[in-house]
Design a protein around this ligand. Sequence first.
Ligand SMILES: [Ca+2]
Length: 323
Amino acid sequence: MYELFSGTRTVGYYGESQPFSIDEQTNNLSLGINLIQVPGTGNDNDEEGTDTDEEGTDTDEEDTDTDEEDTDTDEEDTDTDEEDTDTSGEDTDTGGEDITDDNETVDNETEEEEVVVDLTLLAHYKFEGDLTDNTSYGRHLTNYPTGFTFSNPDNISGKAAWFSGNKYAYTDNISIEDTDNYTIAFWIKPYSASMTAWDSVMSSGDQTSYGRFQIDYSGQDKLRFLTQGHTISIDLEALEWQHFVFTKQFIPNYVMTYNHVLSYYKDGEYLDNKTQVETRWDKIKIGLNRSGGRYWIGFIDDFRIYNRTLTADEVEELYESYE
Ligand SMILES: [Ca+2]
């Protein structure tokens, strides 16, 4: 490192250093640079000299940067390996976070063996303090207006979202056809004394026609699945946590009269079904009816949408998984 600045400059300054060494025990480094003025410049000697010093400083910083970049590269390599592992181990979020601690990595792998991620889960809102979708599909909800609160009233499944009767959350990022199978599952704790008919846990669009549906409060201690031509009513208790599941099954080439089967469950128990229930999804609106203006009042928690028809056993298992 004999020359800090090489090349010939017709205008300006250049510096040249003598051989030097760096003592590891000192923070001071003397480069022994001699500045030589090249004819053609006249003014601003001090400023130019300052610039040269800064360039020398820059050189040191760049050296440091290079080392950091090397470190970064190693960490990125680690990330890639873990993500590869996650593809088979399935919990990408958890695996990607812990890079540096070998012990933590082992712990994560153990958890991945225990937790089976269901890729048929299209959306999953845990409401643990936000409106994010906990699946890898990223169907995060937008709230309107802002100001959702999340609390832990009875600890059914961590925190729950509080719907105060003037706000809802939604996403357009959903695609379910009438011939698709699906399952809707959620916990609710209704403040029904404060509610009237149409106040909705969810709805699938902004209009009441063509199979767009809503799950709402009847006004008389019932939860309803409401779509054009069909009304399903299920007993609803005020101020109690209750788990509801609605499953839709379409059987290709099967006679319409017995097709489009909507089955419904409460607290893990199968209640009944209806056929010819054709539905349409334009969006997911949680806490608001189709036409607007009728908001849910109460808690909602662990809202799930699957792209398949859960069996009665699976619905029971899901319900029992919270205990
Ligand atoms: Ca929760």
